[in-house]
Design a protein around this ligand. Structure first.
Ligand SMILES: *Cc1c(COP(=O)(O)O)cnc(C)c1O
Length: 362
């Protein structure tokens, strides 16, 4: 293997632990003593079903998911959940509440409108999604089918630092870009979903954690493949699941356990993000974008006031092996994604580069 590794600040698919990739490589052509790659196995075979069930159990253990919840390993990305959630959870004659704090929650709300009435409980568009609303600002409907939030806004770099109170209405959360980065109390949610490609493994796998009583009420038009109950009854194997991605997800959970689990991961993530935000807070030319009290641990957004200087930052950073720092086109500037697998050394190196760049370009 050629040993080159850059610091990869990609927003997704994102960096994976080197140890996990090396394990994948070592087992690539012969998993266990099967004489096959995991990619070549029948999803119904004993050896593969074991990999699948172990991965699911490891996720239950890692997140402390009780038996009240089903864990589904699906496909279609988080974006398919934008339709699956309303199709399965909307109740006739009730509205669904959406808190719009960025690009993905806006898309989720837009999709839900196709299936029934929605209420926009908050919309941060006027402030270009630079902050998370306070509880008092949410215009929630008392008898809504559910309340939808996106816990970490990947593009804008903001995070909910509290769980909104919904008065018994099921809370649905898109956790694609911060799942497993800090502990969550699963019981606070009716449904949690996440595309795996930021903190859980490779693209292709979508994880859904759903309270069992919320299944079985899908709208009649719901396609079979988009019905949580079908997937639950068939143990997430109604059709061929994303076999290899689930295997890698299991390895990522082994790695996380070795670190000390999600509680320890949170400490590391806080230290990593602090290095980068502290450097930015000293700058004169580089400006953090998200409001200070809404800052994300996972996606740090910042810019200069000059697009050419932004381009220079991105180019010079890449020359120093600090890669994929370009911000999303709707925000511009830069974005450093500090997912679980980003080593603290990468954050130190980025913080040093930020300071140096700022001084050189005043
Ligand atoms: C990346 C992302 C998505 C989109 O995920 P896909 O798996 O590409 O559909 C949705 N929501 C959030 C918060 C994301 O970060």
């Amino acid at each position: 293997m050629n040993g080159k590794r850059i610091y990869n600040f990609s927003p997704g698919p994102g960096v994976l632990p080197l140890e996990v990739l090396e394990k994948c490589a070592s087992e690539m052509t012969n998993y266990g003593d099967s004489g096959m790659s995991v990619m070549e196995m029948s999803h119904r075979s004993k050896v593969y079903v074991n990999i699948f069930e172990e991965a699911r159990q490891k996720l239950r253990d890692t997140m402390g998911i009780s038996d009240k919840y089903e864990v589904l390993f699906l496909q279609g990305g988080a974006s398919t959940q934008f339709s699956m959630v309303p199709l399965n959870l909307m109740k006739e004659g009730h509205t669904a509440d959406y808190c719009i704090t960025g690009h993905f929650s806006k898309n989720a709300a837009k999709e839900a409108e196709k299936y029934g009435p929605t209420n926009i409980a908050f919309d941060g568009a006027a402030e270009n999604y630079t902050r998370i609303p306070k509880q008092e600002e949410l215009k929630l409907t008392p008898d809504a089918s559910y309340v939808h939030i996106c816990t970490n806004n990947t593009i804008y770099g903001t995070t909910w630092d509290y769980v909104p109170k919904t008065n018994g209405v099921p809370l649905v959360a898109d956790m694609s870009s911060n799942i497993l980065s800090v502990p969550v109390n699963v019981d606070d949610y009716g449904l949690i979903y996440a595309g795996a490609q930021k903190n859980m493994g490779p693209a292709g796998l979508t994880v859904v954690i759903i309270r069992r009583d919320l299944m079985g009420h899908a709208l009649p038009i719901t396609p079979t493949m988009l019905n949580y109950e079908t997937m639950s009854k068939k143990d997430s194997m109604y059709n061929t699941p994303t076999t290899y991605a689930v295997y890698v997800h299991g390895l990522v959970l082994d790695w996380l356990k070795k670190i000390g689990g999600v509680a320890e991961m949170e400490k590391i993530n806080r230290a990593k993000a602090k290095l980068v935000y502290d450097a930015l807070d000293e700058c004169k030319v580089l400006i953090p974008i998200a409001n200070k009290d809404s800052r994300s641990l996972m996606n740090v957004t910042f810019k200069t006031n000059d697009p050419d200087l932004d381009a220079k930052f991105i180019k010079e950073a890449a020359e120093n092996d600090l890669c994929n720092l370009k911000g999303h086109r709707s925000v511009g500037g830069m974005r450093a994604s500090l997912y679980n697998a980003m080593p603290i050394e990468g954050c130190k190196k980025l913080a040093d580069f930020i300071r140096k760049f700022d001084i050189e370009n005043r």
